[in-house]
Design a protein around this ligand. Sequence first.
Ligand code: A2P
Length: 249
Amino acid sequence: MISVKHYTDRMFAFRITRPASFRFRSGEFVMIGLEPPGEKPILRAYSIASPSWDEELEFFSIKVQDGPLTSKLQAIRPGDTVVLGRKSVGTLVHDALTPGERLYLFSTGTGFAPFASIIRDPETYERFRQVIVTHTCREVGELAYGFDTVEAARNDPLVGEQATAQLVHYTSVTREPWKQQKRITTLIETGELFRDLGVPPLDPATDRVMICGSLDMLNDTRALAEAAGLTEGSNAKPAEFVVEKAFVG
Ligand code: A2P
């Protein structure tokens, strides 16, 4: 482990060395964890938050106080060893979406992680004219990782120019005062999101969607994507939207 940053008492991010042989597509997840001496490894699926060209691997994690892994993982320090699975997989990848003009990345909480990878990937800006990443959290402090990453994308030598021109970051907070205090599902349902952004409502002809959050958030947002006429895609059969759960434990 190379570095760790604690954002709030519920969320932290850390970076590890990327083994030379480890390849992945932006948006995928991998098993990571700890192997306490004399004990069995404790592994969980984590979205990789760094882009696929980065020499390090970055992860953004919840802290579950009695969670088997995150209760221990939150105490890691530079120099500690993190176990990394060999193979990454996932559906929040460009290969699972058909071409479109506008890409929506809807996230709640640590569900922002795969999008932190995707918004720093040049392919994203080659495939889509506009990229709208939304992040909804309980508290204002939980948005900080998203702000850091969007700023990193806009200042990046590789994607900075495209991210500055094409990337829109939209935030809401549900349990504290903030400029927007509704759930993303409410904002989509009422059309407020599209009015705020000055764009037309979701349209399968032009829009593609990736969704990452809790199971309830996925189900509710999936229903809205379907109601707008979008079809769910996969690696085997690319279509108009894809979903993936933010894993915790
Ligand atoms: P709320 O505060 O109204 O529960 P969590 O950390 O529990 O995953 O929540 C992250 C954010 O996702 C919170 O703002 C939360 O809002 C919101 N959220 C929770 N459930 C849903 C859902 N079913 N659909 C959309 N947003 C949700």
